[in-house]
Design a protein around this ligand. Structure first.
Ligand SMILES: C[S@@+](CC[C@H](N)C(=O)[O-])C[C@H]1O[C@@H](n2cnc3c(N)ncnc32)[C@H](O)[C@@H]1O
Length: 192
């Protein structure tokens, strides 16, 4: 054991905690573009699927396309691919490690209607999407909104966990969802 006084212990603990927080944030800012890799709560996934089901019934497409922009480790996109085997699900994830996990877990789950792109969704085509699901960031929403305005086809369903699009976009629904995740309680629904 180091021969430290109580004050030195406190000082060291504070120093390493601050260093950890700093490195963790630096990691997110560089690798995940400032958005932590946290999955959408199961209860919110189910609500997203309810809106997609309604939209599918309304649009009657031969093949409905669901895009998860910022797929994380792929929990939400796998859920969508399992729930809608008749649809095509595409996850877009910028972080290589998370993208590899998505591909591996998707393959292990045997989901043939699921694919991933290791890309920045700001730079990839989103025009084929009939529905976009997302759980991103309030701080970066101005840029995200601009990308959606530029890239989505008219009439695309957008469901956003926790964060409203803001700007001139008024949600068709802002739904309170009872989840076990204390930081995820609201789902916003729009059409482009
Ligand atoms: C909060 S997670 C959401 C995971 C999943 N969509 C869900 O809701 O369960 C957000 C993910 O978006 C990714 N991301 C952030 N900016 C991105 C960008 N510009 N292009 C693609 N992925 C991005 C991050 O790397 C992170 O893994």
């Amino acid at each position: 054991m180091p021969d430290w006084t109580l004050l030195e212990w406190i000082e060291n603990i504070l120093f390493y905690t601050a260093l950890y927080v700093l490195l963790w944030n630096a990691y997110f800012l560089t690798v995940n573009r400032g958005i932590p890799n946290i999955r959408t709560a199961p209860a919110i996934r189910k609500k997203m699927a309810d809106f997609i089901r309604q939209d599918m019934a309304r649009k009657q497409k031969d093949q409905y396309v669901i895009m998860d922009i910022g797929a994380g480790n792929g929990d939400l996109s796998r859920f969508m691919a399992r729930t809608f085997p008749e649809a095509r699900v595409i996850g877009v994830e910028i972080d290589k490690l998370a993208y590899w996990k998505c591909c591996l877990y998707g393959r292990l789950a045997g989901l043939k209607n699921l694919s991933y792109r290791n890309e920045d969704f700001h730079k990839t085509s989103l025009s084929e999407a009939d529905a976009v699901v997302m759980f991103l960031s309030w701080l970066l929403m101005n840029d995200i909104r601009k990308t959606l305005e530029e890239k989505l086809s008219p009439g695309t369903l957008i469901t956003s966990n926790k964060f409203p699009l803001g700007g001139d976009w008024k949600p068709e629904q802002a739904l309170d969802v009872d989840t076990l995740y204390f930081h995820q309680k609201r789902l916003y629904v729009y059409h482009s």
